[in-house]
Design a protein around this ligand. Structure first.
Ligand code: SDX
Length: 435
């Protein structure tokens, strides 16, 4: 990252208690300018207040740009539509990590580096056996990814660029192996080792669905669809799990522990857990006749029900990934000859009705990436419980790219937000017999 690429763009004046404070305004290459408040507290004794960080830029970044109003998503300047159509996931990993599309020799070196880190330490396999067979794959992923810290002491010195790169390659390479192992463990089948002559996503499909008793041939159409799905999920600016990884990394925690923290955050149903929740919602709705009742419930403030797969903190227009996701959904269902999937019918009718409903129009609630991913992943053969683990598999490269960028920022400091305290002022302790 080139530090401090932001440029001065005037200033903002804050008037408070008959004093005025000049705050610099900075501009990036795209998106809103920012008011630089780094000196505000020192000069004014004021904090800013922004629960949920809806109006707060936590860092300067060159990696991913989102325009929520125009439905734009760029990875290092390349639009998600172009990358989904023309690229592949491993090339996108290189792009996110190093900032540019690789030349042929660079891609060959990167492919070799990743391919030769796909196996995990054999001891790690016994780590899985500590879980119940019905453990949620995300619980297993939190555990085993964090446990990598115990296996790779030679790549946990975050101040050594070479060790940072090895750890990055190890995480990108091993996350599919671990996700496949989590699935195999849950169904009582033996783990399948990676095969290095296969591509990244083909290798993952084989580790997930092959059995030792027979040959397994990867369906290239399905592999391409899943590879594209991974591209769509690879990074997304400073979302909740990425911010978790950055905050953990700012304390100097090792990369494996930081990614485990990101996995834990992604698991939430309001975030990466939404793909699993969206499919369960479609299954609960069951038929198009039930849709009006669920639309009513989604609008009822007293009802905690939300349309899973709808709405987004940033996108106030259609999530560009949702369109590409819907295309992959149709490609997979067509390849599998599944033309009358009842869940797809419910999803498309739910989308049609919601997009015409005043409530959703006023609140700018559109389908997000999770709305169609569940139907697609189910058709690919994954159980619902694996959906968020697949999201974590794809997002690992984004987390690592953001973690690497943060560590290379000369202005890096530990993240430590403050608060607006509304609790009790100082009061004296009273012994029990006086209360
Ligand atoms: C991901 O941040 C990222 O980039 C995340 C992600 C990534 O790639 O990392 O894109 C991945 O997490 C996608 C989002 C997946 N989550 C879901 O699909 C869960 C359902 N969606 C909601 O929980 C919600 O939309 C959020 C959590 C996604 C956003 O929450 P916000 O920021 O509070 O939404 P908002 O402020 O835009 O809401 C505006 C209004 C609110 O009502 P009011 O307070 O104004 O009366 O719309 C309501 C919300 O209550 N609302 C919904 C709704 N989502 C928001 N009402 C019904 N159904 C919904 N899905």
């Amino acid at each position: 990252m080139n530090p401090n690429k932001a440029v001065a763009a005037g200033s903002a004046t804050l008037m408070y208690q008959n004093k005025s404070f000049e705050l610099p305004v900075l501009a990036g290459t795209e998106g809103p300018n920012v008011v630089d408040i780094r000196k505000l507290y020192g000069e004014s004794d004021l904090f800013t207040y922004d629960p949920g960080f809806t109006s707060t830029a936590s860092c300067e970044s060159d990696i991913t740009f989102i325009d929520g109003d125009r439905g734009i998503l760029l990875y290092r300047g390349y639009s998600i539509d172009d990358l989904a159509e023309h690229s592949n996931f491993l090339e996108v990993c290189f792009l996110l990590l190093y900032g540019n599309l690789p030349e042929k020799a660079e891609m060959q070196r990167f492919h070799k580096a990743i391919t030769h880190h796909t196996m995990v330490h054999e001891q790690l396999a016994s780590f899985f056996h500590g879980f119940r067979r019905d453990a949620h794959p995300m619980a297993i992923m939190c555990g085993v990814v964090g446990a990598l810290s115990a296996f790779y002491h030679d790549s946990t010195d975050i101040n050594d660029p070479h060790q940072r790169e090895i750890a990055s390659h190890r995480l990108i390479a091993k996350i599919p192996t671990l996700a496949a192992m989590a699935y195999k463990y849950s169904i009582g089948q033996p783990f399948v080792y990676p095969l290095n002559h296969l591509g990244y996503t083909e290798n993952f499909l084989r580790m997930t669905f092959a059995v030792p008793a027979e040959d397994y041939k990867v369906n290239p159409v399905l592999a391409k669809a899943l590879d594209t799905i991974f591209i769509l999920h690879a990074d997304h600016e400073q979302n909740a799990s990425t911010s978790t990884v950055r905050l953990a990394g700012s304390s100097g925690a090792n990369p494996f522990a930081c990614i485990a923290a990101g996995i834990a955050c992604l698991w939430g149903p309001a975030h990466g857990g939404a793909n699993e929740a969206a499919l369960r919602m479609l299954e609960e709705i069951g038929s198009v006749d039930h849709i009006p009742e669920y639309i009513r419930r989604a609008k009822d403030k007293d009802d905690p029900f939300r349309l899973m797969g709808f709405g987004h903190r940033v996108y106030k227009n259609y999530d560009p990934r949702a369109k590409a996701m819907q295309q992959q959904c149709h490609a997979v269902l067509d390849e599998l000859g599944v033309h009358d999937d009842p869940l797809l019918k419910v999803a498309m009718e739910l989308e049609r009705i919601a997009l015409q409903d005043e409530y959703f129009i006023d609140k700018k609630l559109y389908p997000n990436i999770d709305f169609y991913s569940g139907i697609t992943l189910k058709a690919l053969g994954f159980p619902t419980s694996m959906f968020t683990a697949l999201f974590a598999l794809a997002r690992t490269v984004g987390w690592i790219a953001q973690w690497k960028e943060m560590l290379e920022d000369p202005e890096l400091k530990i993240g430590r937000p403050r608060q607006l305290y509304t609790g009790a002022s100082r009061r004296d302790y009273l012994p029990l017999n006086q209360r």
